[in-house]
Design a protein around this ligand. Structure first.
Ligand SMILES: NC(=O)c1ccc[n+]([C@@H]2O[C@H](COP(=O)([O-])OP(=O)(O)OC[C@H]3O[C@@H](n4cnc5c(N)ncnc54)[C@H](O)[C@@H]3O)[C@@H](O)[C@H]2O)c1
Length: 355
């Protein structure tokens, strides 16, 4: 059976999804929707080069009245996610909504509760879990190699935010803030690795280097470019995120370290190296997890987009529940928003659990 896809939002990430759909068996692209003529033009050309013949629309309602895809991938700016997802929930389509679920925790909570009753798959694009070295790393942590994790440390040293269509990512009001927009991935990884829920978030951060000389209609961007975020988890583990977005010279962009009573295990991206260091010094071991070249070349996320789409399609075909639910999407937004709030207030932010 072939799954038919539509892509709403044909900018950078929409086109990354297109390139990965072309690698996926039994997937076809039947529609594209984007109000921006240049995005439509570029994505139409890419679709043709990939062998797809999608119908192209500038408006979501027009698309939904002409085409009935099996699944819709939403890759539009964060502040549009709530309205677009709400519109799609009225249709009998599976939905893969790019991260973050929404730009604000209130919208994310509302959308997550609306998505519960959707009869088809609703999946949030928290794709870092699907990066092959990270997926293998999580498997090894869950195999208890370190003993129960007590400390988790995630470091992201990377390049500044790229230019986007209409420069939407330059302002917190459009993105939810850097710790929601970018770092929802890392908060999701914390929950997945620790298999636990956060109870308190404390953060310090600032906008010290990037975008300081940019003006959009006379307004300077207000997005953080560095932060430390400490998260306490319900069963007592502690996690830290260290983000620096003016570190594009780094050899390794991302590294994750988990430490328990038996030892420490770490992974680095892009090297794909996993190192296990037992505490008893019985010998350090190394494993390399590679990503096939065609999958690596189809995106900027170290194979994550392909493997996530493959898992999404597997759930559709086999009628399984989503691996990344709307609730997971909400939790990641909630943690990011708490971190943003902590930076503003200078105080720890408790995370209440009523469920
Ligand atoms: N999973 C990841 O790792 C990852 C990476 C990058 C971006 N993203 C997410 O993907 C989304 C898109 O980011 P991007 O980098 O592609 O941005 P972009 O600016 O390159 O593209 C966004 C596109 O959406 C279009 N658009 C705006 N409003 C629309 C609407 N109402 N209906 C249809 N299209 C609309 C714009 O015209 C533009 O072409 C964001 O939510 C972003 O956070 C996720």
């Amino acid at each position: 059976m072939t799954i038919s896809y539509a892509i709403v939002g044909a900018g950078m990430m929409g086109r990354e999804h297109m390139r990965n759909l072309a690698l996926l068996p039994n997937a076809t692209l039947v529609a594209l929707c984007d109000p921006d003529p240049e995005s439509r033009n570029q994505s139409s050309k890419l679709a043709a080069a990939l062998g797809f013949e999608p119908q192209v629309f500038g408006d979501l309602d027009a698309m939904l009245s002409s085409v009935t895809p099996d699944a819709v991938i939403v890759a539009t700016p964060n502040f549009t996610h709530f309205d677009i997802a709400r519109r799609l929930l009225a249709e009998n389509v599976a939905i893969l909504l790019e991260k973050p679920l929404c730009a604000s925790p209130d919208d994310a909570r509302r959308l997550a509760s609306m998505a519960i009753d959707h009869p088809r798959t609703f999946w949030v694009g928290m794709e870092y879990r699907f990066m092959p070295p990270v997926a293998r790393y999580i498997e090894r942590v869950h195999a208890d190699e370190t003993g129960a994790p007590r400390m988790l440390y995630i470091r992201e040293h990377r390049f500044p935010f790229l230019k986007k269509v209409g420069d939407w990512n330059r302002f917190n009001r459009n993105t939810g803030g850097t710790l929601v927009e970018k770092c929802c991935h890392f908060f999701d990884l914390m929950r997945v690795i620790l298999r636990d829920e956060p109870v308190r978030v404390f953060a310090s951060g600032g906008q010290d280097v990037n975008h300081l000389d940019e003006l959009y209609d006379g307004e300077r961007p207000d997005i953080l470019d560095n932060a430390f975020v400490t998260v306490d988890f319900a069963r007592g583990a502690r996690a830290v995120l260290e983000l620096c977005m003016f570190a594009e010279g780094s050899e390794q962009q991302t590294s994750i370290h988990t430490i328990g009573a038996r030892g420490k295990i770490e992974v680095s991206i892009p090297s794909g190296e996993i190192i296990m260091s037992p505490r008893d010094r019985s010998g350090l071991s190394k494993e390399f997890v590679s990503v096939p070249a065609d999958i690596l070349a189809a995106g900027d996320h170290h194979g994550a987009t392909y493997h996530q789409l493959s898992a999404f399609q597997g759930c559709l075909l086999q009628g399984r529940p989503p691996i990344v639910s709307a609730l997971d999407g909400y939790r990641a937004v909630e943690m990011g928003a708490a971190a943003q709030q902590s930076i503003q207030s200078g105080t720890p932010i408790p995370i209440a659990r009523e469920d």
